[in-house]
Design a binder for this molecule. Structure first.
Ligand SMILES: [Fe+2]
Ligand SMILES: [Fe+2]
Length: 331
């Protein structure tokens, strides 16, 4: 049976090297279970791009970055999240690569670490070329990244990073590219997006085998972790709403598209092994409730915003700022 390490600590090297990794029977079984993960590694290698070459070419083509200062500052605020998110993803994927026993999944995670290093330096160089100060991370995003970095189990790290954070990143990249406020960034985003989609794939392919091993208590804990991460993502977005809008990002669409994947994960965690392990909510009801919440928090662009809704949004922004101070105080 292909083994999956569920803990990220305490690797026992007394049995090193794992000779079974070269046994034909083991290889056959591992390929059957995780061959698709190995393919992710090879695709990643084939599609690797040179961040220095791509960024130089885009900067030359568009004559650098010419934007009024407030727009540049909005980019720096939003992309501070991406910059430090890339560094966290780099750390986590390298850790996952070390912790996984199966060579196929190890290869996919190693390929991801290689991609995340490129994402980090390319985003850093873009922000330096932007020529404005990069503000510190908002309190909610910092709390999300720290809790994923410090998660005690591999499955929490995988779900937190590959399926929650990466999923948001993919939809955000799409939203920024569509917004088209800054052409260098708009053309850079698809390079990031194609890699991130592969990283989400690692989580999606590996998740069923991991979920099947969870106890009822672990399933519940994971669902609560997901609720916490998703809630913080919403508050971070409320806090940075003006910056997203300055970049032309359609938050309504980003959340509508992103949320369906989140719901599938939530249900999968609730129903590991075909039975109900954690919290189960009928999918239709869950989708409806989420769509209503999105319509309220992030209305469709151009949709009428009556006075009561404008007041509610002002109140939410104030609450988000207050919550951020509480998080800073608690850290
Ligand atoms: Fe990345
Ligand atoms: Fe990624």
């Amino acid at each position: 049976m292909v083994e999956i390490l569920s803990s990220i600590s305490g690797r026992n090297n007394a049995q090193f090297p794992p000779y079974r990794l070269i046994e034909r029977d083991y290889l056959k079984e591992a390929q059957l279970s995780f061959g698709r993960l190995e393919r992710l590694y090879h695709i990643g290698q084939k599609k690797a791009w040179d961040g220095r070459e791509v960024l130089d070419r885009l900067l030359q083509r568009h004559g650098g970055i010419s934007l009024p200062a407030p727009k540049k500052e909005a980019i720096a605020r939003v992309f501070s999240i991406i910059l430090w998110g890339e560094l966290a993803a780099w750390h986590i994927s390298a850790e996952i690569a070390e912790a996984l026993d199966d060579v196929e999944a190890k290869m996919a995670a190693t390929g991801q670490a290689f991609d995340e290093a490129r994402h980090f330096y390319t985003m850093r160089d873009y922000l330096l070329a932007l020529g404005v100060d990069v503000p510190p991370l908002d309190g909610y995003t910092r709390a999300i990244l720290v809790s994923v970095l410090e998660a005690g189990s591999l499955v929490e790290k995988l779900i937190g990073m590959q399926l929650l954070v990466e999923n948001v990143a993919v939809h955000l990249f799409r939203g920024v590219a569509k917004g088209g406020v800054e052409p260098v960034l708009a053309e850079l985003m698809p390079y990031f997006e194609q890699d991130e989609a592969r990283h989400v794939g690692l989580g999606v392919m590996f998740l069923p085998a991991m979920l099947a091993k969870l106890s009822r208590a672990e399933s519940l804990r994971l669902q609560l972790f997901q609720v916490k991460v998703t809630t913080f993502i919403v508050w971070a977005t409320i806090l940075l709403r003006e910056s997203f809008e300055a970049l032309g990002v359609d938050l309504h669409r980003v959340f509508r598209n992103g949320i369906s994947n989140q719901l599938e994960i939530f249900q999968a965690m609730g129903q590991a092994d075909g039975g109900t392990r954690g919290i189960y909510i009928p999918p239709d009801m869950l989708l409806k409730a989420n769509n209503l919440a999105i319509d309220f928090y992030f209305p469709r662009p151009g949709a009428p915003r009556p006075r009561w809704l404008r007041l509610a949004h002002d109140l939410m922004s104030g609450t988000a700022r207050l919550g951020e101070r509480v998080l800073e105080w608690a850290a």
